[in-house]
Design a protein around this ligand. Structure first.
Ligand SMILES: N[C@@H](CCC(=O)N[C@@H](CS)C(=O)NCC(=O)O)C(=O)O
Length: 261
């Protein structure tokens, strides 16, 4: 198997969690999103959306992180990451869908407006504009332009933070009387949410986690799993995490202001 992925991308972390939980080995094909590797012709041929991850297994090319994880569960069921019960499976898939439909885009807004903006502003504007112009989806292109220009003052920022809060609230409720999000065992739902909690942590917005005791306990439990060390920690270069954290600290007052408007 070959995995085209990026060190700190949330969707890549999600698939790496499942691969490591299932003790599956892959050949790493690293895509540097800030250098624009995702727009190379050869990569677009695999993933026309110009995003990571992409999995190739037995010559079959697969995109969309949630569907890749479903494939891994189907193709390699020996270590299962899905509940036995059909209703619980529905709940797991529903939560993964909500993460895809809502949180994934919101996380892009937050990550770029807080964490990656300072680095992008330090680069020649023409280079950054040229890279944004290659994004195939027009709405995403506009969003990227806005958050690079305006940061947390961009119109999309408050909604993106509210989306995180509402999904984190849902998780807090789901974790009321249980260790993992769905059913009795660690599942694809836990693998799907963890990268977004990690991102909020890396951006030093930890109050969003600490205010929710069940989520905090769950985060500590996931972080203690060997798969987390392999799928998340190993790829989180200290310099990059320090950069994200200091960018988060620098805009704390601006974030408070944006949330009050
Ligand atoms: N729905 C896709 C979304 C993938 C996605 O947006 N990936 C981000 C990283 S988490 C990406 O590659 N972004 C490219 C860019 O920012 O230009 C999936 O779940 O695989």
């Amino acid at each position: 198997m070959q995995l085209y992925h990026n060190a700190i991308s949330t969707c890549s972390q999600k698939v790496r969690m499942v691969l490591h939980e299932k003790a599956l080995e892959v050949e790493d094909k690293l895509i540097d999103l800030q250098a624009g590797d995702q727009f190379d012709e050869a990569y677009i041929a695999l993933n026309p959306d110009a995003v990571v991850p992409t999995l190739v297994d037995n010559g079959n090319v697969m995109i969309e992180s949630t569907l890749i994880n479903e494939y891994l569960q189907d193709a390699y069921p020996e270590i299962s990451l899905a509940p036995q019960d059909s209703y619980e499976r529905h709940q797991m898939r529903l939560f993964c869908k909500q993460i895809d439909d809502k949180l994934a885009t919101a996380c892009g807004v937050i990550t770029y407006s807080i964490g990656l903006r300072p680095t992008l502003l330090a680069r020649p504007k023409a280079d950054v504009d040229a890279m944004i112009a290659k994004i195939p989806n027009a709405r995403k292109r506009q969003m990227r332009t806005d958050v690079v220009e305006l940061g947390v003052a961009a119109g999309q920022f408050k909604d993106a933070m509210l989306t995180h809060q509402s999904l984190f609230d849902a998780a807090e409720t789901m974790l009321t009387a249980r260790t993992w999000l769905v059913g009795e065992t660690f599942s694809l739902a836990d693998c799907a949410l963890i990268p977004y909690v990690v991102r909020i942590d890396h951006l030093n917005q930890n109050t969003e986690i600490n205010h929710r005791p069940n989520l905090k306990r769950w985060y500590e439990a996931v972080a203690a799993r060997p798969s987390f060390a392999e799928a998340v920690t190993k790829w989180a270069a200290p310099a990059v995490i320090a950069m994200l954290g200091s960018a988060g600290d620098a805009v704390k007052d601006d974030i408070a202001k944006a949330m009050q408007t």
